[in-house]
Design a binder for this molecule. Structure first.
Ligand SMILES: [Fe+2]
Length: 287
């Protein structure tokens, strides 16, 4: 991984990768976008039964979640693909899937692992350029998170779809609760970064078609003890236009809660001044 990518990610908190840099097959990215649209539409027939709840989680976080957004009436759909999807699908859903849906799910899982590999290469570059930034086993933790099923520490691919609605609300400003996020396939809206570097002016950050935007989540801040900052971001939706995106949430497996995580978090918020309330991170904050 070339140093400019790594340096930009560490110093500004985000970086956009071109196909030459991320090395994910462009035709696979196009295919994944089509599949995302097709699958969310067809799987919605299962209704709430498609929202799969793993033990240890405080909410359903696997397969298809249909939620109501901040306006109270706008609908959103999230399709979550992870390595253990097959192990957790209810038998009545597995037996009802069409061959096209089964093939689509397999392709999305392949795409998930391609994004995992790409992001892992960048994380490895970070550890080489900045060896003291994260714990020395961070690469092992990152790779483990793609293959273990652990509450709040299992990497996943999210296909998101906000249907075309007059009152579609987008996403309010927030931090991702993962280690690192790869955002791609962005259509029908705009992603904004809220960084102190812009003096509070939202920065348009939707990646160009075929590109991937990488940015840090909260765990990167915790594990680096504040040396890297998670990117605060929001998304707008266009009224009566469907919004779609594919987002990879790269996690890190953690056998133990992060030492002093709560303290690090409080110091961070105090240094920022007034902002939104923090997002509780469940077991990561049990110290
Ligand atoms: Fe996000």
């Amino acid at each position: 991984m070339t140093n400019p990518i790594v340096t930009a990610l560490v110093e500004q908190g985000y970086v956009e990768l071109t196909p030459e840099q991320h090395r994910v097959d462009p035709s696979l990215m196009v295919q994944a976008n089509r599949i995302n649209h097709r699958l969310i539409n067809s799987l919605s027939r299962f209704g709430e039964a498609a929202a799969v709840w793993r033990s240890g989680e405080h909410e359903a976080d696997l397969f298809l979640m249909q939620r109501t957004g901040s306006s109270g009436t706008d609908q959103k759909a999230f399709l979550h693909i992870a390595h253990d999807l097959d192990d957790h699908l209810p038998p009545f859903i597995t037996s009802s899937l069409t061959q096209i849906e089964i093939d689509d799910l397999k392709r999305l899982r392949f795409f998930f692992f391609e994004l995992h590999r790409c992001v892992g290469a960048v994380v490895r570059g970070v550890t080489q350029r900045y060896p003291a930034l994260f714990p020395s086993d961070i690469i092992d933790r990152y790779h483990a998170a793609a293959m273990v099923s652990q509450p709040y520490a299992t990497s996943c691919l999210r296909g998101l779809a906000y249907p075309a609605q007059a009152n579609q609300g987008g996403a309010k400003a927030h931090f991702d609760r993962d280690f690192i996020t790869a955002h791609c396939g962005d259509e029908g809206g705009q992603l904004f970064g809220h960084t102190s570097l812009t003096g509070g002016v939202p920065l348009p950050l939707s990646p160009k078609p075929g590109n991937i935007l990488l940015f840090w989540g909260i765990k990167a801040m915790l594990l680096s003890e504040g040396a890297v900052m998670p990117l605060r971001h929001s998304a707008t939706a266009v009224p009566n236009v469907e919004r779609r995106a594919l987002v990879f949430f790269g996690q890190v497996d953690s056998p133990e809660p992060v030492a002093n995580a709560q303290q690090t978090w409080e110091q961070y918020w105090q240094s920022r001044g007034v902002d939104n309330p923090s997002v509780p991170y469940e077991r990561w904050f049990q110290s």
